[in-house]
Design a binder for this molecule. Structure first.
Ligand code: ZN
Length: 430
């Protein structure tokens, strides 16, 4: 089985490459990449595809999705989530453990992996919880979960409130060389808040979640990461102070990484004046100053990855009063178009940096690069996408493949049409 993609604009940040050329795939792996790939003797007899000059880059990798299976399959299943992923150009997803029941056992991990393999679309990497039942009290068996296929540990959806538990988690996972992914909220500061605390929440009379709720926990966990030697990965970082602390931690050489979501670089808390639950998520949409801090951190290298926090909810979960509506938005299909429009076209970052944040960056955080992901160097997995950078997409119900439609970007027209998605050399979308 071989495939030769000719006439592409090849972009691979791991090879410092952005230029015309071809990609040769043999047996699911990259055999040759570059202007001379078509002349490789192994290209003889390969199926040939003309890319028409479109962008060809490594498949995107999402460190943070919620596929709701087991337990809440009315919102999403591993199969429908995987279809949303490949439609959005994602060839690998890392699935959060806050399913029902949570993924704190080998049995659940194996069930998830079997469902994903049956779907046969994207690669699927489960996270295990930090604590049993995500109850924050007793650590899970990290070694056994790693052996079963978990790539990181997180109680995401909830913070690990006990500093002692978080300390032990960072110590034990350090031995296994896997990250602990922290959802940072000091719950006593969150109280009953459901949007960002600031002038907008005051004007609306809504209970706010202060930036300090995130920043206090980021500060605590950076201290614990330093003393334990563990790898702390901060999920969906959203506050100015959070980025300042991560920047400083990185300068000091600590094992601290972070991700940001597209909705936090696209929108601010001003949207809450609509009283529309499609704009309600956790962490909440922040202030303009926080959004500007996100952009600065994306540009200066503080941020390691763009992750969607794809959080599907049914109409019933959202079509209620704002105060009682579920937190979260979907994001797999809109992540690349939003990145292209709001970051690349507005010259916040280069196209190469954007792809780095969506593929080799996240691959490095969860060590998926060791499996040949996030790169198109010869020998890597043949996970790639073809993108029409000028092709426009409109966010409507037919564009969204997810089972749920809780997106704040309804009706937006954006650049960046995913023409095709390949996993291990097999076309899974387009
Ligand atoms: Zn979270």
């Amino acid at each position: 089985m071989s495939l030769l993609v000719n006439n592409a604009r090849l972009l691979d940040p791991t090879q410092d490459c952005d230029g015309p050329g071809s990609l040769l795939i043999v047996d699911g792996c990259v055999a040759a990449f570059g202007p001379a790939a078509g002349a490789d003797p192994r290209a003889a007899g390969a199926e040939v595809l003309d890319a028409g000059g479109k962008l060809l880059c490594p498949g995107l990798i999402d460190l943070h999705v919620h596929f709701r299976e087991p337990g809440q399959t009315a919102k999403e299943t591993i199969e429908t989530g995987s279809r949303a992923a490949v439609a959005g150009g994602f060839t690998s997803v890392c699935a959060m453990a806050n399913t029902k029941p949570v993924n704190d056992s080998v049995a659940i991990t194996e069930m998830m992996l079997a469902r994903a393999s049956k779907a046969g679309l994207c690669r699927y990497f489960p996270l295990g919880t930090v604590t049993k039942g995500a109850a924050g009290e007793e650590l899970t068996d990290f070694g056994t979960l790693k052996a079963a296929g978990c790539v990181a540990f997180s109680d995401d959806g909830l913070p690990v409130m006990s500093a002692a538990i978080m300390r032990r988690a960072l110590e034990y996972t350090a031995w296994l060389d896997l990250p602990v992914v922290a959802h940072e909220e000091e719950l006593s500061l969150v109280a009953k808040g459901y949007m960002h605390e600031g002038s907008v929440s005051s004007a609306l009379g809504c209970l706010g979640i202060p930036a300090a709720a995130e920043e206090a926990m980021v500060a605590r966990d950076i201290v614990l990461a330093e003393h334990s030697g563990g790898h702390l990965h901060l999920a969906h970082l959203s506050t100015k102070g959070g980025f300042r602390m991560v920047r400083e931690a990185k300068r000091r050489g600590l094992r601290v990484t972070c991700e940001v979501t597209p909705h936090h670089f696209a929108l601010t808390d001003k949207e809450m004046t609509r009283f529309d639950a499609d704009f309600k998520m956790n962490p909440p949409l922040r202030s303009q100053a926080d959004l500007e801090a996100v952009l600065e951190a994306l540009a200066d290298g503080t941020v390691d990855a763009i992750a969607t926090d794809h959080a599907p909810h049914t109409w019933d979960d959202k079509e209620v009063e704002l105060v009682s509506a579920a937190f979260g938005v979907i994001g797999l299909e809109t992540a690349l178009p939003l990145t292209l429009e709001l970051l690349v076209n507005r010259k916040v970052i280069s196209l190469a940096r954007a792809i780095e944040l969506l593929s080799p960056g996240p691959a490095g955080v969860f060590h998926l690069d060791r499996q040949g992901l996030g790169s198109l160097r010869p020998g890597s997995a043949a996970d790639f996408i073809l993108v029409d950078l000028d092709g426009k997409v409109t966010v409507d119900r037919t564009f969204i493949q997810s089972k749920s439609y809780n997106t704040p970007f309804k009706g937006w027209t954006l650049p960046g049409q995913v023409l095709g998605t390949w996993v291990a050399g097999k076309r899974v979308w387009g």
